[in-house]
Ligand binder design. Structure first.
Ligand code: GLN
Length: 450
């Protein structure tokens, strides 16, 4: 498998899928496993995978897609990498991503832009762009991603694969470079729900090195994946549904009818529309502000790449000015403005209060239903030329975050995107959510719908 993958990596080297890989180490890991022999019960043993480049890998460059971290080689592994090592999976490359996880296009990495593997003219989506590309193209059966707003689920939707973001803290954030720590979720991209369950079995484990790590009581995801209980209710947000493009709305209506026929209840639910309208702004306020403080260590002084200067202030200023891309800089500027003392009450604290209201509204929804269906995107992957035009018009960057149809990551609920329909030969996914800690349930529900 590793030898075949190395050929595939060579063939796709102009697609910017990977930022780094270590051929020798991959072959060495494979040899060790060959020597040991594979136990068929160890489902991940000997399976090559990619990790998004914001997971720290010992002895292998980790850049989070940013030039400021070029050449940075961590001395430690992220928790997920250690866990997968224990399972015998073979870490085979660090996948490209929008810089520091900011963005949803695959166009804002410091290491080359990515295309959609199904249609070169279209976006792959992001920020887990290389991971989505690689899984859709069949290079690896699974790849790790992170999701702060929709960064696993949006690209999964655009390339027609499964993207699973477990409950906040279920996957340890130890060694996962932050974008916005209170929203950052680790997760996985796979081709099937079964595969997502297998990887989740390896990754979901309480970790004392991450103080927000949580215990998930109901596990054994893969073993129990087919035990879906039809006696549960699915809901969809009426307001969101009514505003979908007509063809997509009809596809959802067809699905709901089929589910009803199968004896599964599907109901429309109300969700305060002022809160739906606020989602995107609240997301920007909170994530941009947290990003400023959690990335304040990227100065070029202690680690990473630097622009030399006379004083450490010069080094810091010139390094940050030269090494960060336009999306990151714009977000840091807005985030810094929110964090200014006089602005905190006007913007940031207000956004946090609205976040609470959104979580309350979600809790209310989960009193009526077991699952919430949301669309991960309203359209197929947009054309790159259209988005490049948008990129030039800097103010329009928000277009890519104002459609956080997946309801943001405010409550930490588990959420999974699966392939749904195709239009113009391109896929669009469906997103299934359940309340925090109901990871087994959401996987079972996704398997039922798959
Ligand atoms: N696309 C969203 C953004 O631009 C989400 C990013 C993410 O989840 N990391 O911020």
């Amino acid at each position: 498998l590793v030898e075949e993958l190395l050929v595939e990596i060579e063939l796709t080297k102009h697609d910017h899928v990977l930022i780094s890989h270590d051929k020798k180490d991959m072959l060495y890991q494979a040899e060790l496993i060959d020597a040991k022999g594979i136990n068929p019960e160890d489902l991940l043993m000997g399976i090559p995978y990619f990790a998004k480049d914001n997971f720290a890998t010992k002895n292998l460059q980790t850049t989070a897609g940013s030039k400021i971290l070029e050449g940075f080689v961590p001395l430690y592994n992220a928790n997920v990498i250690d866990l997968l090592d224990e399972s015998g999976a073979i870490m085979s490359g660090k996948s490209n991503m929008d810089e520091l996880g900011m963005g949803g296009t695959g166009l804002s990495s410091g290491y080359g832009l990515l295309h959609n593997p199904l249609d070169h003219e279209r976006l792959v989506g992001g920020s887990s762009s290389g991971s989505a590309f690689a899984v859709a193209k069949g290079m690896v059966p699974f790849a790790l991603g992170t999701d702060t707003g929709d960064s696993i689920r949006k690209p999964a939707s655009f390339v027609g694969i499964v993207g699973y973001k477990p409950t906040y803290g279920a996957i340890s954030r130890y060694g996962m470079f932050p974008y916005s720590p209170s929203l950052d979720h680790g997760g996985v991209l796979t081709r099937t729900v079964d595969d997502a369950a297998i990887v989740a079995d390896a990754l979901i484990k309480k970790d004392f090195r991450d103080f927000t790590s949580v215990e998930i009581a109901e596990k054994d995801f893969y073993k129990n994946i087919n035990n879906f209980d039809k006696n549960q209710t699915f809901g969809y947000i009426k307001d969101v549904h009514d505003h979908l493009p007509k063809e997509l709305r009809e596809k959802y209506n067809e699905l709901y009818k089929m589910m009803e026929k199968d004896g599964v209840k599907v109901v429309p639910i109300e969700f305060r529309s002022d809160l739906l309208n606020a989602l995107s702004s609240v997301y920007m306020m909170i994530s941009f502000s947290e990003a400023v403080s959690s990335n304040a260590n990227l100065t070029g002084v202690d680690f990473g790449d630097r622009v030399d200067g006379e004083t450490w202030e010069d080094i810091m200023k010139d390094t940050r000015t030269n090494k960060f891309g336009p999306v990151v800089k714009r977000r840091f500027i807005i985030g810094s403005l929110n964090l200014q003392k006089e602005n905190q009450n006007i913007y940031l604290h207000k956004a946090k209060k609205v976040r609470r209201l959104i979580c309350d509204e979600l809790e209310k929804a989960y009193k009526q239903v077991d699952f919430l269906i949301t669309p991960p995107s309203q359209t197929i992957a947009p054309l790159i030329v259209e988005s490049e035009e948008i990129d030039q018009n800097k103010n329009k960057e928000t277009e890519y975050i104002d459609d956080i149809l997946t309801l943001g990551n405010f409550s930490g609920m588990p959420s999974i995107t699966i392939p749904f329909v195709t239009a113009e030969k391109m896929p669009v996914g469906l997103n299934l959510n359940a309340k925090p800690f109901a990871d087994l349930k959401v996987l079972q529900g996704a398997k039922y719908l798959e």
